[in-house]
Design a protein around this ligand. Sequence first.
Ligand SMILES: [Zn+2]
Length: 202
Amino acid sequence: MTAPALPVPYIAAWSGEQTAQRQITCRADGIAYADEQRYDRDQHGVLWNGRAYARGTGRPRFGEVHPTRQRDAMAHLLCQVCGAPADRDARGTLWLLEDARADWSGWPDGLMTTHPPVCLPCARLAADLCPHLRGRYVAVRVRESDACAVLGRLWAPTALGTPRRLEKGVVSYGTSAARWVTAGQLIRSLHSCTFVDLDDAR
Ligand SMILES: [Zn+2]
């Protein structure tokens, strides 16, 4: 047995969680699964990727995000590492973000991210176990955030009734494109952000 390193993140997919191969059809106003169920769409009517739910089965796929757990974490502000509620104080919910302060003045205000927030123990664990994160990542308190878009596969209508597969992209809720995407990750835009030092609260 080898010593455990970082826990397998809550949002990571496992090899035992197969992606469903579903037939997609065109309707007048967008795409649909041929065997669609009510749970295939979110409350905005956006279609989501189907994937089996069997967390812990097989091997973790660190590079793959499980669509249901990512959406769950992002929608309910759960820690992306352990799945418990993310940390929140008067300055807002805690996020660890790759430092991109050079991108624009006021960053990360207005940033759209697929990465859910974190709880304090997981943020500290990550910082302690991964020294390389220091300097590359910043801890940010986010007072306001809006689940406003999805990252997913775009589709286009064809004359044959079977949609044509396009590239992946970001699609905002409430747009006509939101009917032509199979979503894989929920996106939040971040506002009223404050940089914080994780060591302060020790
Ligand atoms: Zn956590």
